[in-house]
Design a protein around this ligand. Structure first.
Ligand SMILES: Cc1ncc(COP(=O)(O)O)c(C=O)c1O
Length: 863
């Protein structure tokens, strides 16, 4: 039945599938009108059989801070002991981790959907192989060349075997990766204006990109989705609006029977882990003649292949793509296109090259291509050393067996899902939304070892995924956040409409940025994914982080977990005063302390008035170039000179504050502000290039002009949108309280009493303040609306959001990185996804033109 919104109802018994086709896809303007049976679950892999996925809501109680890891592991093994840990393999999971992944050394890696890890023994075997065998270019006839050809043939067979593909029916073409294989299909597919490129909404960008080839050749593109029908015995196919780029595609032409259309879907969605029912392949193929044209199937197995490769003898897709680093971590830059012989004949490749050509004549239009399928698609010399090394990866899969890998990884994913689903805040509010579960009964056959979710606070508001990622990273846990290059799955699961997406883009949101919550909704999700070497302990550490950092527990538990303020009951309120003034003339370089300093319309005079830019236009900061901290600066107001020194440069640099800048004015954008800037002569740029160890140039903000750039849309980047700023990130000035720093130090070291050498001590300068004050309780500054120092008034713009930069320390000319003090701050100073320490100030410039600040001056807070 055709519903108003283009939803088509599909229902039937599989055995009657052919008879149940009630209409066909006759013309471009007709909707797909097409029935098929409810999913059948015959896959030989564990997950596909188990449709309940072991998700038993509330069956387990989740209180990791109280339950110890041993008790939790016992509970886990009771439920998943048969599937977990490779009990029948030569080495169990604990031995594998201890002997082959020593480099993980306490860190938790949970991004196997992004890239799984190679084993250290695998790399040793590859090294031994490559250092003991002479592999020559396979295009020659020498014995070293034949050795290479043999290993390549062997590798092709292993790839086909992985997917149970008969070498008589399928060929394996090596490519630079799954994306390159998809591009090859898109480029060479016989598109016509009668073709349709149909694809599920849940698809990786690398699949969506094929749309460009289709539309450019006059074909239509059509995104589709699956929904369970109300009676739950059938599935609806939802067609999104058809896309066309030319008139040709929308004309009602009579089909000739020679047109080809392509349907693309992933075997496992890399966003949610939902596995598509491969019956889709047979349904579409078997009924292909009922539609206009012939339908070919492209299966993106890049994600699914590592635990559940498709069985091509039962589900005869025409094209299957994969990347090998997703299977066993190494090598990168190598993938495969498994192509059905019949389908390969239809592909039309334009380019010819060494490798694909049998003969060509240089000065006339003559080329004779090679005839073998692999030879005619593999351009140039294939990556033969990488191909030689996949053999060692397949050894691991064969030893452990894919069935055991699937069972092992899904036991961890199910456990993690169960635990997350059971999480509740003290007020009863559910804390976690897992994506994909509600779709299990539609065209999907189960879930892979991926858990995609977002967290909610006790008040029901969303926790930003980037906040979860940052805290995880501080605890040594590596996971992934965002949309994972799968925009369709992301908007489907997060419930983002086109209007939401457009307004997010309008607000400046792009992949990988920190804008993780916009208009109250997450812009992406958190994803943890398991690999063959993942352990229970990995899952446990991750869950423990979630509970301890994001779940509001009853206060009795909280009290025992978190340290009371160090200075509580010991507060000095002898009056506030200014203890330090620090000026940083060049953004991200060292500053200098002064006893007194003038204020200007941009805060402290000359503060962050200069910056360094790399030759590719990037503003240099300590985040990328920590060594900038070793560039010392000083300004002598009397002589009007900026002095700069660096341990890497013999000569000290002197820059006249009034010097005529030699390079013409240009405009640059920094933190959503447009600045008019001027440059210096080459000699100065060369000095800075030596000082930072990379080519760069010095720019100075021109005092004449500074305009706001797109500020209203980027308030999350720049806090002070009212005043003139130099090259600061958020606001003119940063104030730090000494009492807040000593409270932090106490927390950093509590529990370490007596352990000499392990104490961590940060001083106020770690936070790059402009003003340091003393004389009140820790964090009293948080509640100030402003303050007065002498006659000067400053308005508070709120807490300063801290990042990893405060974890860098500088000892004896070396940069040291740790996860402190940010990890400790994260435990007690988080608000709305930010880790706050210190407050940002704006100088409210008064009548007096030359105002000075003086160390020792009294500070008058305004509440
Ligand atoms: C489902 C899916 N398809 C395609 C790709 C692209 O693979 P590659 O980047 O290895 O070419 C990925 C990569 O994450 C993926 O997960």
């Amino acid at each position: 039945m055709l519903h108003n919104n283009g939803v088509k109802n599909m229902s039937s018994k599989l055995s009657q599938r052919r008879e149940d086709i009630v209409s066909t896809y006759r013309s471009r303007r007709q909707y797909l009108h097409w029935l098929f049976a409810p999913p059948r679950f015959e896959s030989f892999f564990f997950e596909a059989k188990d449709r309940t996925l072991g998700v038993h809501k509330n069956k387990m109680t989740m209180t990791p801070p109280i339950m110890n890891i041993d008790a939790a592991k016992d509970q886990f093994l009771k439920e998943f002991g048969e599937s977990y840990g490779y009990p029948d393999a030569p080495k169990n999971i604990d031995d594998i981790r201890a002997t082959e992944f020593k480099r993980l050394d306490g860190s938790v890696y949970l991004d196997h959907a992004g890239a799984t890890l190679y084993s250290e023994l695998q790399m040793e075997a590859i090294f031994k192989d490559l250092t003991s065998t002479v592999y020559g270019n396979p295009h020659s006839q020498s014995s070293s060349s034949l050795a290479t050809s043999d290993i390549i043939e062997d590798a092709r067979h292993q790839v086909l075997k992985l997917c149970n593909a008969s070498p008589k029916e399928y060929k394996c073409i090596f490519t630079a990766g799954a994306t390159a294989a998809l591009k090859l299909v898109g480029e060479a597919f016989p598109w016509s204006d009668q073709s349709t490129f149909m694809y599920t909404v849940e698809n990786h960008n690398s699949v969506l990109g094929i749309r460009e080839y289709a539309l450019n050749k006059g074909a239509s593109a059509l995104a589709v989705d699956f929904k369970e029908a109300a009676d739950s015995s059938s599935i609806n196919l939802v067609c999104h609006p058809k896309q066309n780029r030319s008139e040709a595609g929308v004309l009602d032409k009579q089909p000739t029977g020679e047109e080809y259309s392509l349907f693309a879907f992933p075997s496992e969605c890399n966003f949610s882990g939902l596995r598509f029912n491969l019956d889709l392949i047979n349904i579409i193929k078997e009924d292909s003649e009922k539609f206009s044209g012939n339908w070919m199937i492209l299966l993106d197995a890049a994600k699914g292949c590592s635990t559940d490769p498709p069985n091509l003898s039962a589900y005869k897709a025409d094209f299957v793509v994969m990347s090998f680093y997703k299977l066993f971590g190494y090598p990168t830059g190598l993938g495969a296109l498994i192509v059905r012989n019949e389908a390969a004949k239809l592909l039309k490749k334009t380019y010819f090259s060494g490798g694909t050509v049998a003969a060509s004549i240089a000065d006339i239009d003559f080329v004779k291509r090679r005839e073998g399928i692999e030879e005619s698609f593999e351009d140039g010399t294939i990556s033969f050393l990488n191909i030689a090394s996949i053999h060692h990866g397949f050894n691991i899969l064969n030893t452990l067996t894919l069935l055991s890998i699937s069972r092992h990884t899904s036991s961890l994913a199910k456990y993690t899902r169960n635990m997350l689903l059971a999480l509740k805040h003290a007020n009863g509010q559910e804390a976690c939304k897992i994506y994909g579960l509600e779709y299990l009964k539609a065209a999907y056959s189960g879930l892979g070892p991926v858990v995609s979710f977002n967290l909610k606070r006790a008040d029901g508001s969303w926790v930003g995924p980037r906040e979860v990622e940052k805290l995880a990273s501080l605890s040594g846990i590596q996971l992934r956040t965002g949309c994972f290059c799968n925009p369709g799955a992301c908007s489907k699961h997060l419930g983002l409409s086109h209007a939401d997406l457009l307004s997010n883009i309008e607000a400046g949101h792009v992949c990988w940025d920190d804008l993780d919550i916009l208009h109250g909704k997450p812009t992406g999700a958190v994803r943890v994914s398991f690999g063959y070497m993942s352990t229970f302990e990995d899952a446990w550490r991750f869950l423990n982080l979630i509970v301890s950092s994001f779940i509001k527990l009853p206060t009795s538990i909280l009290r025992s977990r978190f340290i009371q303020s160090a200075t509580e009951g010991d507060r000095t309120t002898t009056g506030h005063h200014l203890t330090s003034i620090v000026v940083y003339p060049i953004k991200s370089c060292a500053g200098f302390k002064v006893d007194s300093w003038p204020l200007s319309s941009t805060g402290l005079l000359y503060d962050r008035e200069w910056l360094l830019k790399s030759m590719n236009g990037e503003v240099l900061t300590q985040k990328k170039v920590p060594e900038m901290n070793f560039i010392g600066t000083n300004i002598d107001l009397e002589t009007g000179v900026l002095h700069v020194e660096s341990p890497r440069c013999k000569e000290k640099l002197q820059i006249e504050l009034k010097s005529n800048l030699s390079v013409a004015v240009e405009e640059i954008n920094v933190h959503a502000q447009r600045y008019e800037v001027m440059g210096y002569e080459e000699k100065i740029d060369t000095w800075f290039s030596n000082a930072v160890g990379r080519p760069c140039y010095l720019l100075r903000s021109s005092s004449r002009n500074c305009t706001l750039f797109n500020r209203s849309k980027n308030t999350s980047i720049c806090r002070d949108i009212e005043t003139r700023l130099n090259f600061v990130n958020e606001a003119q000035l940063l104030l730090i309280s000494e009492e807040s720093v000593s409270d932090l130090n106490h927390r950093l070291n509590s529990g370490k009493e007596g352990s000499v050498g392990l104490l961590v001590e940060v001083d106020a300068m770690r936070f790059r303040p402009n003003l340091v004050i003393s004389g009140d309780a820790p964090y009293a500054e948080d509640s100030w609306s402003g303050l007065k120092i002498g006659k000067n008034h400053f308005m508070s713009l709120g807490g300063c959001n801290r990042c990893q930069m405060i974890n860098l320390s500088y000892q004896a000319g070396e940069v040291e990185r740790s996860n402190e003090p940010l990890a400790t701050l994260a435990a007690y100073r988080r608000a709305k996804g930010k880790i706050l320490f210190g407050i940002l100030l704006r100088y409210e410039i008064g009548e007096e033109i030359s105002s000075w600040l003086q160390v020792g001056q009294k500070v008058y807070p305004e509440i």
